[in-house]
Write a protein that binds this ligand. Structure first.
Ligand code: SIN
Length: 491
């Protein structure tokens, strides 16, 4: 498979450390594979702890000058980065589709989505402000400043190779922090292209450093950052077990930590819902990115009165989804990220069927001309809490439908999970809307809406889905600490 770009310079194959593009110190390489087949089509450095430390050296050296630079100047550089990302939309979308398997149309959307965070935080940089507090004692002034925390380590997942890393780097740079970043081993090319564009935008040496590493070498890279007291913040999107490890290990140097972890989102359709809107919402939130999204509904609860009508309309839409190579303009469901992912989806469906679920549409692996790592978009009915897919994220295009009778029962079931990232519900009863929105134990709630992410809103979870927020003004705050100045002898 060949990846041809209008701007070939975007295809990077080295780490960015201190403004230099370099191989891993030991020269090791990490293959980058076509998700549909597992075949290698490019390679990047397989970095180790030595490379990770060099990146921190650069970021620590760059921090004093970058953090003291006027916010407006930082903002202008980040805006320039934003403009270059937007201008490279088509190439970036091709890189995303090729290494991650996201259909091209969606990949273009991801570029716009990721760029929106970069623009947002460029604007927010100029609005950083503290407080002047009424003094308790005459002759004193009490001031509160916001300061950048220092060097930030950003560790990002494969499912949104551009948006996830952009929405960590942009607020860090806006706040005045410098960054060391490690993209997911499956999707390093998009991140390296972003780093290249940041360099072209004029982001100074050492302010943004990026190293790539294999699954085997990632613990060495991450441990180098965890144990380095110069790294003052870790921001991570990924699995809950890894997030807990990072939180534990960060404690030794008391780093600030933001964690956007796993979810198990409920999607509830009440008997008073607009069913067409609910089907539209589920299609948008469940089948985007082939269901490989942390905020994807994992459990769909439908009131028994509207169950059959809802399932019929949903199955028609799901059955019509076009499965095909991600770079095919017509594709709506691309390949899953790798063979392990397809195996997990198949295992969840087999387990559900063995425990009484029925397949309405899909329910099988698919092989396209492009390769074997596809799974048919699927609707299952008669799902129950005993099934694996009710307690573990399937991360694939499978919508299991649970039938329910009353509001109290469905809220109890929806909240009966250690996770609390996103929840969705459809209802036209205004009292119920407020009651349910307040009772759901999640960081985000979609009310009559299936696509909720926005650069202007705080994205993040509660419970074992993590803490910290990305996007909105809260997303900038996570990269700053609060300093109090008490200025005395004034009166
Ligand atoms: C995310 O930003 O993590 C999810 C994006 C989406 O819901 O499309």
């Amino acid at each position: 498979m060949a990846l041809t770009l209008a701007d070939a310079a975007l295809l990077r194959s080295q780490n960015l450390i201190d403004h230099q593009w370099r191989d891993a110190g030991l020269g090791a390489r990490l293959p980058v594979s076509n998700p549909a087949t597992g075949e290698m089509f490019a390679s990047v450095p397989d970095s180790d702890a030595g490379d990770a430390r060099l990146a921190v050296d650069a970021a620590a050296a760059a921090f004093p000058a970058w953090s003291r630079r006027p916010a407006r100047e930082r903002a202008q550089l980040i805006k320039r980065w934003h403009a270059l990302i937007v201008a490279s939309q088509e190439d970036l979308a091709r890189i995303i589709s090729t290494e991650q398997g996201k259909p091209l149309k969606e990949a273009r959307g991801e570029v716009q989505y990721g760029a929106s965070y970069v623009e947002w935080f460029a604007e927010e940089a100029t609005r950083i402000c503290g407080d002047i507090v009424a003094e308790a004692v005459p002759g004193r002034k009490l001031l509160v400043l916001k300061e950048p925390v220092g060097v930030v380590a950003a560790i990002t997942p494969w499912n949104f190779p551009l948006a996830m890393i952009a929405r960590k780097i942009a607020p860090a740079l806006a706040a005045g922090c410098t960054v060391v970043a490690k993209p997911a081993e499956d999707t390093p090319l998009t991140a390296l292209a972003l780093a290249w564009l940041a360099q072209q935008a004029g982001i100074p040496a050492g302010v943004l450093n990026m190293v790539t590493a294999s699954r085997e070498h990632t613990p060495g890279v991450v441990d180098a950052w965890l144990t380095d007291s110069r790294v003052r913040k870790i921001t991570f999107t990924g699995s809950t077990p890894v997030g807990k490890h990072l939180a534990r290990e960060s404690a030794a140097t008391l780093k600030k930590v933001s964690l956007e972890l796993g979810g198990n989102a409920p999607f509830i359709v009440f008997e008073d819902a607009d069913l067409d809107a609910a089907v539209d919402g589920l299609m948008a939130s469940k089948f985007r990115n082939g269901g490989q999204t942390c905020v994807c509904p994992n459990r769909v609860y439908v009131h028994e009165v509207v169950h059959d009508a809802f399932v019929e309309r949903l199955a028609q839409r799901v059955g019509a989804l076009h499965v095909g190579p991600a770079t095919d303009e017509a594709a709506q469901i691309g390949p899953m990220i790798n063979a392990r992912a397809v195996d997990k989806i198949a295992r969840h469906v087999e387990d559900a069927v063995a425990k009484g679920a029925r397949v309405v549409t899909g329910g099988k692996r698919v092989r396209t001309a492009d390769g074997p790592h596809y799974y048919a978009p699927t609707v299952l009915i008669d799902a129950t809490p005993a099934m694996e897919l009710s307690c573990e994220e399937t991360f694939g295009p499978v919508a299991p439908i649970f039938r329910f009778r009353d509001e109290a029962e469905v809220i109890r079931d929806a909240n009966d999970t250690p996770f609390g990232l996103a929840a969705y519900f459809y209802s036209n009863d205004i009292r119920r809307i407020w009651r349910v929105a307040q009772t759901l134990e999640t960081g985000m709630v979609g009310i009559n809406e299936g696509a909720i992410a926005s650069e202007a809103a705080p994205f993040g979870g509660v419970k074992e889905s993590g803490y910290g927020r990305e996007g909105s003004r809260h997303g900038l705050d996570d990269y700053m600490h609060t300093k109090y100045l008490c200025h005395g002898q004034l009166g």
